[in-house]
Every structure is written in C-alpha cells, then in structure tokens.
Design a protein around this ligand. Sequence first.
Ligand SMILES: [Zn+2]
Length: 224
Amino acid sequence: MNPAVRRNADRLSSRRPYPKDGPADGFTRIPPQHGAAVELAPGDVLTLVDPLGEQVSDLYLVRVDEPADHFSVGRTIDVGNTLYPSVGSILYSGRSVALAEIVTDTVGVHDLTLTPCSQQTFDLLYPDLGGAPHRSCFANLVAALEPHGVAPDTIGGTMNVFMDVWTDADGELHIDPPPTAPGDCLELRILEPVIAGITACSAEKSNNGTCTPIDYRVTRAAGY
Ligand SMILES: [Zn+2]
C-alpha cells in the first residue's frame, strides 16, 4: 500500500458532498478521455475535482511569457523534497520559477513520476491491445495546448493528480486505483501567467478499469 495513502487517511475521510448528475455550479466538465486548456493569471485559483471517484487528471503548465519554460517534475521534487506534493507544495518550472502553490487538497496522493499516457504507452505496455488506436493524455494535451503555441515535443512529465503510484522495498512500481471519492479536489493558487493543460486520463488501468470525467473551475483574481 502507498504510504502516502496511509498517511493521508484522515484527509481522505474529510470529503465534501458533490452533485451526482453534472458539474457543480461554476465548474466545467472534461468528458472521459478528453482534455482542456485554460489561461491563468497570478492570483487565480484552479480547482480540479474528481466528480465520480477513482479518476486521474494529468496537469501540465506552460509559462505564457516564456513558452520554452514549463512545469518540471524534477525541480518540483527537488525543491519540495517529496514525491507526494500537497498543501503548501510549489510546482516549479525547468528554470525553477514558482508556477503554482497547492492550497487545498482533500487527497494528498498525486504522482510526479510517470509521463502522460500516450499511444506508445499502450503499444509498449499493453501488447494485448494489438496497437489499436487508443485515446491518451498526451494526445489530449497536444490538442489542447497546440493552439496556444505549445509544441508537442515540449510536453514532458505531468503532475498526475489523484494518481496512486508507489514503490515497494524492491524498487518495483505499483499503480493502484486513485483513492478518491466523488467530490475530492485539488486547488492551486497560480503564481505566474501560465497555460494549464488538464486531462481526464484515458488509461483504464490507472483508473480502476473505467475512465470518467474531471471537473475544473477557475476563480479569477480580483481585478483580473
Ligand atoms: Zn492518462
């Protein structure tokens, strides 16, 4: 079992009620296996909600003013000194610019180690699929971010929100279903102008067999 799940047991029991039949007021729904992009300014708050439970959302941030500089899992792990960012953790860019701070987190379990799922992920890891076309977070991030001038090859490691990945004593990686229930959320306060790419992950295996939606809301900073 992921030690971060055990450590966050109290947090996991403090879930909020969330509507069953559609996004809550002010939220936008990303359909299963799709993605979205939204431009954010400093002071904005981005809220990601898992409306049905057990669903991963890949998040990628690219600086508006310096598009070559984008979210870095390595810098975020280095500075935060943790593989499991939560409230107070800062998401950094490759140039170590602070992009966003986690201000609310009802889960405490998010992955920084795995890349967004891609067609090649399914081809290499799931040969049973026979190379059949499969929707993916990478393709959805490309589709969402390309209109904002983000080149596909610059999309690297994402923050895999709600994803439960852990390493056992032998160093083997394990992917467990997200420990989320309907309404679990992560909130980020934006510190730098960014384009955020957000997905409802397409990999059945990462989402306990069923791909479901992700809801998001942007609360704009006063005066923006
Ligand atoms: Zn995915």
